[in-house]
Design a protein around this ligand. Sequence first.
Ligand SMILES: [Fe+2]
Ligand SMILES: [Fe+2]
Length: 204
Amino acid sequence: MKIQHPALVELLQRAYSAEKAAAFAYIGHAKSLKDPAAKVAVKQIEDDEWGHRRNVLAIMQQYGIPVSRFYEVKFHVIGRFISASCYVIGWFMPYFFAGKLESGNVCEYFVMMKYFHALGIRQHDEILYEMGIKEKEHEVYFLEQIKDSKWLPYFEKIFSWGNQTTANDVDLENKLPVETSSQYCKTFKAHEVEAANRQAKGKS
Ligand SMILES: [Fe+2]
Ligand SMILES: [Fe+2]
């Protein structure tokens, strides 16, 4: 079965490749760390990202969606670049930018869920929920490492992420169940999501 939802197809292709960039980045990040426990933790996050990539690919294959060569090359370069930069930008920044990135990734998976719902497809809810929540756990882990750093308040002001600011509304202490979790991320790219769903409905 093919899906008639250009934004969803694009998001799946981008997420598939971006997961590779994240995994590459965490390889460099883990290697640049000295603390053995921190190395293990970041290595686990790298493994999670490879798992996400496999999950996204399985969904794509179900609908005959090809891997985007453009995104594969683009995110390969980005991932390698970030990976290498971890050795030179100090201890704080790799944690900070990883956390900021994860913060945005959370909603990408809930947006995917909303796109699927617009097509009446609910069979991926569980896996998308699991991935969105996992990205939140990654965000929380990275924030935990730097929450007391003297740099954080400055970076938070400039890059809008930190102790007070996040790009999503997921609260790990009070999680919504899978069934109602498409309520997450209501304001995240809201106009874009709505327009994409309207366009998809018009097509079907
Ligand atoms: Fe991921
Ligand atoms: Fe992640």
